[in-house]
Design a protein around this ligand. Structure first.
Ligand code: GDP
Ligand code: MG
Ligand code: K
Length: 296
């Protein structure tokens, strides 16, 4: 029996459920999940290994109209990966019409040589009739090699999706050991977890201008507690106030729920310290972008 292996790139508009999909497939929370758009900035790679095949997933940033340097960078990362992988998963949601965001992606997919699987997510929200209409609408575009309806949240039809992906994998080696689900360093996972909590706690008051830098991760001598120090960067003094909250209440909440997730991730007790600092306009400063680890 020959082994199959290859790379699958997950693309799609913000909020269609890409991170949810990847996390459900891999069975662990590794990519940031949020109902705010554009929260996945890193090329998080995860691995799904079965008896006779292995899929390496890339959780690519969304293709969208770039608004600043970081936006341009994210679009480039997203499009560059498409021709390098074995299969592209284009995730859309249950929206009745193909909007301008999806339209833009479909147009860039016409130039892509890699087979494209259209994944229609959130089918738990629509009727069978609505789904059929939607499938017909997308079929007319004539860009998709397959169309697979799923519900990432309810874990519906994920097996079919895996089988479809498997079809497009070439014969190849097991790139990663069985127990490996991601090659992202803990540092990246931890900073993403903290950023997710910040976005969750501040709602729309501090849109997108948040980055998290991990100062250190240290194990204490008795190995029972891990000390972590993190700096939350925002763009304005007013944002700093919002993140900290009255009497530091918000930051405390952010720290507590981040710590609980990190403890689960690391399987250890964690002492987490968080600091909030202002770096004006960091999103437009090229060198900050690479400092925060968003460059290749
Ligand atoms: P991403 O920006 O594409 O990575 O999207 P996320 O994975 O962060 O999901 C965005 C929102 O859609 C979250 O609130 C998810 O809980 C929700 N979501 C994801 N998949 C499904 C689904 O299959 N059904 C429903 N009803 N909601 C979903
Ligand atoms: Mg995401
Ligand atoms: K194609």
């Amino acid at each position: 029996m020959s082994f199959k292996s290859g790379f699958a790139s997950i693309i799609g508009r913000p909020n269609v459920g890409k991170s949810t999909l990847m996390n459900k497939i891999i069975g662990q929370k590794i990519a940031i999940m949020s109902d705010k758009p554009q929260t996945t900035r890193n090329k998080i790679q995860s691995v799904y290994t079965d008896k006779d095949f292995q899929i390496v997933f890339l959780d690519t940033p969304g293709i969208h109209k770039p608004k600043n340097k970081l936006g341009e960078y994210m679009v480039k990362v997203a499009t560059d990966t498409l021709n390098e992988v074995d299969v592209v998963l284009f995730v859309v949601d249950d929206s009745k019409d193909i909007g301008p965001g999806d339209r833009r992606i479909i147009e860039s997919l016409r130039k892509v040589k890699t087979p494209v699987v259209l994944v229609i997510n959130k089918i738990d929200k629509i009727s069978k009739e609505e789904l059929i209409t939607l499938i017909e609408k997308y079929s007319k575009e004539e860009v998709f090699d397959e169309i697979v309806p799923i519900s990432a949240l309810k874990e519906g039809n994920l097996n079919s999706l895996i089988n479809v992906i498997k079809k497009y994998l070439p014969n190849g080696p097991k790139y990663f050991p069985d127990d490996m689900i991601t090659d992202q360093p803990e540092r990246v996972l931890i900073s993403e977890l903290i950023r997710e909590k910040v976005l969750h706690y501040v709602h729309d008051e501090v849109p997108h201008g948040v980055a998290v830098e991990i100062e250190y991760i240290k194990s204490r001598e008795d190995n029972k507690i891990i000390d972590i120090s993190a700096i939350i960067y925002c763009e304005r003094d007013s944002h700093k106030g919002i993140i900290i909250g009255k009497n530091g209440k918000k930051l405390k909440g952010i720290g507590k729920s981040a710590r609980e997730d990190i403890e689960r991730l690391l399987g250890s007790k964690v002492y987490l310290q968080t600091w909030v600092k202002v770096k004006e306009n960091w999103r437009n400063l090229e060198n900050y972008i690479s400092n925060f680890g968003y460059s290749n």
